[in-house]
Ligand binder design. Structure first.
Ligand code: TEU
Length: 552
């Protein structure tokens, strides 16, 4: 696993384009906005960008419902803007990873319009249809549908179509070789433009058992087990690898890694010729109700995944993305007292684990959850449809809103906070989603000026990661495993060794890594004063959320 690859050494910055920077005053971020901020992104030290979907879309799910895979969404600009953006990124040695959303298309895609028009249309088999004269199809649960029903009746041809996500996101039929060829052609189209990789959206769901077996009661609580890793998934991936990845220099990362370590392994074992790496969600599943989590569990999960991939395969390391609340609110502490230190501590974790770090835009400022209290403020269809569902069922709306304030995806999607001027400098118009009112103090301009800011700390840790192969490839070893407050580990490579100590608590905590700690070089510290030694040279007293990296 020490074979050097750019995508292992990369530090990937995720941009949510809708919320990054609006250049034309319509309240929505766009490609020209991104171009105008490339110097900022370069100054962070990151080496690649993963961009959420920018293709033509009616935006039922903010671009995850694509109506034309070879065009740019009107809100975001033009293909010329794209070409310029890519050129400007490459000029700065920043690679571009695009989202590939092919489990489903938009219902406004030409394929679907054809497909739904008649039962013998040549595009009929591009999607999954169930003739209504055969009765109701086997129930399937939908992530986003108001009724949670993934089968939508369509009167035109008296049939149901399948949509795991919203009813405007019909699932493509991967059993159809023509569909797969279409996808490979789309991939080649973007590769020929010069992009460097794909993040494969919901890809673990593409292969379905089209005998539609019934699932046991409550299966939707364990959806990846039932929807993930369908019978033909690996066959399709091998075919895609043959047709596309083996012929071009392009990296691929799967969103989702199945439900077992073996599933994940099978996706990214390089001898199997499928994908390069995968995002697993076990860490993200912690605190998914906003009520807290156990550090001991987190340590176990990171350690388990690291050991499973120590010899072969590669994973992504991340604590946030556009489908989650803000990193500092979910895993740290967004109170005024601890927001900065806990953000920095979490950043240190991401940048010192083995695996490619993916860092979500705005987290370098310590952006926090907006915590809306009214349904009117939300834009995410996931929140809105679940709310409607509850209204229909006369459920507990107040309780639901309280939960969403901590967990909704919109928490992670509020506009990027550039400066203290109106709308945080994101746009001259009213933004599509409210700006977090904390922008007066939490913004890029203010933080650039403050040497102790979260932003400047982020740059420092990124620089260390970039210049330290041990932090990329080095062997990971958990120390002081039973310590409920402190996460301690070493990374070791070619005779170089680093010790990382992270306090996850709001109080002082004692780290006991079991190493002699004299004469070590302190490389990173999120406090100004060096940490205090304990009673002997084997322990260190860490302040609340303190993070330190030593070179041993
Ligand atoms: O999300 C797919 C999705 O359902 C996962 O986040 C899922 O929760 C996880 O794999 C379970 O472990 C992707 C996009 O990231 C999201 O923004 C889209 O809404 C969705 O696909 C539909 O395209």
């Amino acid at each position: 696993n020490n074979s050097r690859q750019w995508w292992k050494e990369a530090i990937i910055y995720q941009i949510y384009p809708r919320s990054f920077k609006d250049s034309n005053g319509d309240g929505v971020g766009d490609l020209k906005g991104i171009i105008s901020k490339l110097d900022y992104i370069q100054s962070l030290g990151v080496t690649a960008i993963w961009l959420n979907p920018i293709y033509s879309s009616p935006n039922d799910d903010n671009g995850y419902d694509i109506s034309d895979y070879r065009n740019i969404m009107k809100d975001f600009g033009t293909m010329q803007d794209f070409d310029l953006m890519l050129k400007e990124m490459h000029k700065r040695n920043i690679k571009l990873i695009m989202d590939l959303v092919v489990n489903h298309s938009s219902d406004e895609h030409e394929w679907f319009k054809q497909s739904r028009s008649s039962r013998n249309n040549p595009y009929r088999d591009y999607y999954h249809w169930w003739p209504a004269e055969n009765g109701k199809p086997t129930p399937r649960w939908s992530f986003f549908d108001v009724n949670s029903d993934a089968w939508m009746y369509d009167a035109t041809t008296n049939a149901y179509y399948l949509h795991y996500f919203s009813r405007k996101q019909p699932d493509l039929n991967w059993e159809n070789p023509k569909v797969r060829q279409e996808v490979y052609d789309i991939m080649k189209f973007w590769i020929n433009k010069g992009i460097d990789g794909f993040r494969m959206d919901a890809f673990q769901f593409v292969s379905k058992d089209i005998t539609w077996p019934a699932f046991p009661k409550g299966y939707e609580k364990n959806i990846v087990k039932y929807y993930g890793m369908g019978p033909q998934l690996h066959t399709y991936l091998k075919e895609m690898n043959r047709e596309v990845m083996s012929k071009y220099k392009v990296m691929t990362v799967a969103e989702g890694a199945g439900s077992t370590l073996k599933d994940a392994h099978d996706l990214v074992d390089h001898d199997r010729h499928e994908l390069n790496m995968a995002f697993h969600f076990e860490v993200m599943d912690l605190n998914n109700n906003g009520k807290g989590y156990s550090l001991l569990k987190m340590k176990k999960i990171f350690t388990k995944w690291d050991s499973a991939f120590a010899r072969k395969g590669w994973v992504s390391i991340f604590l946030a993305n556009h489908d989650n609340p803000r990193m500092v609110s979910k895993f740290g502490n967004d109170s005024p007292q601890f927001r900065a230190v806990s953000s920095k501590m979490l950043t240190t974790l991401i940048m010192t684990m083995r695996g490619t770090p993916y860092y979500y835009n705005g987290d370098e400022l310590g952006m926090a959850n907006i915590k809306f209290d009214k349904i009117e403020d939300y834009r995410d269809l996931a929140t809105l449809n679940a709310y409607k569902n509850l209204v229909n069922k006369h459920g507990d709306l107040a309780g639901y809103l309280k939960g969403q304030a901590a967990t909704s995806r919109d928490n992670g999607r509020t506009p990027f906070q550039w400066n203290g001027s109106a709308n945080a400098g994101f746009s001259t118009a009213t933004p599509w989603l409210k700006v977090n009112p904390d922008y007066k103090t939490i913004n890029a301009e203010a933080e650039l000026k403050d040497p102790n800011s979260i932003l400047n700390y982020f740059k420092q840790v990124v620089a260390l990661r970039k210049s330290t192969l041990a932090l990329v490839y080095g062997r990971y070893k958990l120390l002081d495993a039973a310590n409920p407050d402190v996460f301690s580990y070493t990374r070791e490579f070619n005779g170089e060794k680093y010790l990382i100590l992270l306090n996850f608590k709001t109080t002082n905590a004692v780290a006991a890594p079991g190493l002699s700690l004299t004469h070590n070089q302190l490389m990173i510290n999120n406090y100004t004063a060096p940490p205090k030694m304990g009673n002997n040279n084997n322990t260190i007293v860490l302040q609340p959320y303190q993070a330190v990296v030593y070179k041993l």
